[in-house]
Design a protein around this ligand. Structure first.
Ligand SMILES: [Zn+2]
Length: 271
């Protein structure tokens, strides 16, 4: 079995064949998927999808994260924090709710180069960290060209935390030092199709030095199809290519990689 810990299956790319895609995932052993949220507006649709894909009928079981992506901060209004808080309060109160994380949140200075936007990103990141603490949910962190600030914020918030389920650094593209620091703060490192690309030997090198017990796999579909499917639309069943790559990186059986990363995802996201 495998868990795709980061997918966006509500995107229009999947409009025509979403159910077939969820069946393909299930048949390839991807029985559980965590859906990442980019905008508050998406939430009603995500709640619906998580009800529709409940693990029955040989379709993958869809869990959801709720949050606002750093490049979507322009959609964040004065009342957005309270709005998100209310939805979380309401949803997590339901006995069979499927909210398993806050995110994706974080910092992206690659897409947002304006100082003011970056300040807003940090504020909204902090608000979502606060929500994660309130609801005892792990964070899904997106970070790009903002390593120093991301680590400073995480350190400030989690340095005295003994929790080993504070979240994940999704679609990891950083160096060994940053990864180890995050693991020390109770985070996991999640690898996407990027680690399978021909030119990312440096990332495979980083992966090989990190404990498999702190490793997750994801697709970030519809983006970032792995090398074997490069240029195509990505989908949850392709997460096996990431696992295959890690099997080579670690010199371990694919079976073991699948087992350990699945156990990690189930533990971190309580799924
Ligand atoms: Zn994403």
């Amino acid at each position: 079995m495998l868990v795709d810990t980061h997918a966006h299956i509500n995107f229009p790319d999947f409009k025509e064949d979403r159910e077939e895609m969820m069946a393909r995932a299930y048949n390839e052993g991807v029985k559980k998927i965590l859906h990442s949220c980019c905008r508050i507006k998406e939430i009603p649709e995500l709640l619906e999808l998580s009800k529709e894909f409940n693990g029955a009928n040989s379709l993958a079981n869809l869990f959801i994260a709720l949050g606002v992506h750093p490049i979507e901060v322009s959609s964040w209004e004065e009342r957005s924090g309270e709005e998100l808080n209310q939805i979380l309060a309401e949803e997590t109160n339901k006995s069979e709710h499927k909210v398993r994380a806050i995110g994706e949140t974080g910092l992206d200075y690659f897409h947002c180069t304006e100082k003011e936007e970056q300040i807003k990103q940090r504020e909204i990141f902090q608000e979502q960290i606060n929500l994660a603490k309130t609801y005892k949910l792990p964070l899904i962190i997106h970070t790009r060209d903002a390593w120093e600030d991301t680590l400073a914020i995480l350190t400030e918030n989690f340095k005295s935390s003994s929790n080993d389920r504070n979240g994940t650094i999704h679609c990891y593209t950083g160096d060994l030092e940053f990864a180890e620091a995050c693991i020390g703060l109770g985070f996991y490192i999640s690898w996407s199709g990027i680690v399978t690309f021909k030119k990312t030997e440096n990332l495979r090198e980083v992966a090989s030095k990190l404990p498999l017990e702190k490793t997750l796999v994801e697709t970030d579909c519809p983006y970032l199809a792995p090398q074997a499917k490069r240029g195509k639309r990505n989908e949850p069943s392709y997460v096996k290519y990431v696992a295959e790559c890690l099997s080579e990186v670690y010199g371990k059986d694919l079976e073991e990689i699948m087992q350990v990363t699945t156990k990690n995802a189930e533990y971190l996201f309580n799924m």
